[in-house]
Design a protein around this ligand. Sequence first.
Ligand SMILES: NC(=O)c1ccc[n+]([C@@H]2O[C@H](COP(=O)([O-])OP(=O)(O)OC[C@H]3O[C@@H](n4cnc5c(N)ncnc54)[C@H](O)[C@@H]3O)[C@@H](O)[C@H]2O)c1
Ligand SMILES: [Zn+2]
Length: 363
Amino acid sequence: MAKLTVDLGERSYEIIIAADLLGKAGELIASRTGINKVLLVSNPLVFSLYGEKVAGSLRGNGFEVATALMPDGESYKNIKEAMKIIDRAVSCGIERSSLIVALGGGVVGDLAGLVAAIYQRGVRFVQIPTTLLAQVDSSVGGKVAVNHRRGKNLIGAFHQPALVVADTSTLTTLSPRDYLSGLGEVIKYGVAFDADLFSYLEKHHQQILKREETVLEHVILRCCGLKSMVVAKDEREDNVRISLNLGHTFGHALEKMGNYREYCHGEAVAMGTVAASLLSNHLGMLSDDELERILKLFDHLGLPTAFPENPAAIYRYMLHDKKIQAGKLRLVLPATIGSYTIRDDVSRAMIIRAMETARHMRF
Ligand SMILES: NC(=O)c1ccc[n+]([C@@H]2O[C@H](COP(=O)([O-])OP(=O)(O)OC[C@H]3O[C@@H](n4cnc5c(N)ncnc54)[C@H](O)[C@@H]3O)[C@@H](O)[C@H]2O)c1
Ligand SMILES: [Zn+2]
């Protein structure tokens, strides 16, 4: 069992990572939060796979458990569904001292987290992430949100969990596409922050594709360690937290252009990381060798890299990203494998050239 602490003073919390953890969830949660009433939030698919195990473990440790299920899918990450969960919390008598436990991927975690942030001005919240993306990214760091019809995550808050329980065994039931989507984010961590992690991914790509638990535990621990270091330095994204967005300015534009249906988040991040790497290479930062290693790793892990048509239109979507400040595109680019730089001086022509190159790439 791997453990690590996100260091945020009185809001510090632990992330616990191991195989077969769900049956111990009750015990792990009780020892950190005390025994209380729980609202277990999930969706029908994840609940059918793992809900009884978690609820049973909570009940077995003295918790009184009510459940609230939201429909599956990003399109339900909205305020209407959040209100339904709040209605359920009210009718089940969830109090300020109660707990909200999110069991699912990033969609369930983000929505349940937002409910926990606002219900009775904030109740404690535990994340049990069940997708790779949620285990390496969304369950850590305290950003919680739902979408507005005009934009993603427009209604949100910062609300740190009291505990994150990441059971690597749950990843065995994930669809190939959702698993790969998480890997897009994993590679991003290696490229932006950690040359050792990158080499580890190169060396173990076959075990990763087979979802071998010991390899996954190592990778998830490393990614959570990197994310928590960044979050501990900059909890509310005033400065260095933006580094987590490598590949995301391109990626968000791709997601938006495809109406959030064509590409899932990690696929878009993978394509965005490739474009950011090409751009860095064109700007004289990333060497040809490093660029090749990055492209190869994406290819070996089966992630999409080639861009769709119309870079000029993608560029226009990039200009609408909510992270843009004073109309300037701030791009997080790899400086080398394992380090990043932030640039706000790159011309439109260079950005479009990187996307054109990404469009015509062939392995
Ligand atoms: N809060 C943050 O910091 C942060 C960071 C990154 C992404 N996000 C958000 O995360 C969301 C994407 O999360 P996601 O990729 O986990 O998508 P998701 O939550 O939609 O899960 C993907 C699919 O996998 C299913 N699923 C979940 N666990 C499963 C399991 N163990 N076995 C089988 N199926 C399972 C889900 O029901 C869903 O159909 C987006 O809304 C994004 O905005 C948030
Ligand atoms: Zn992301």
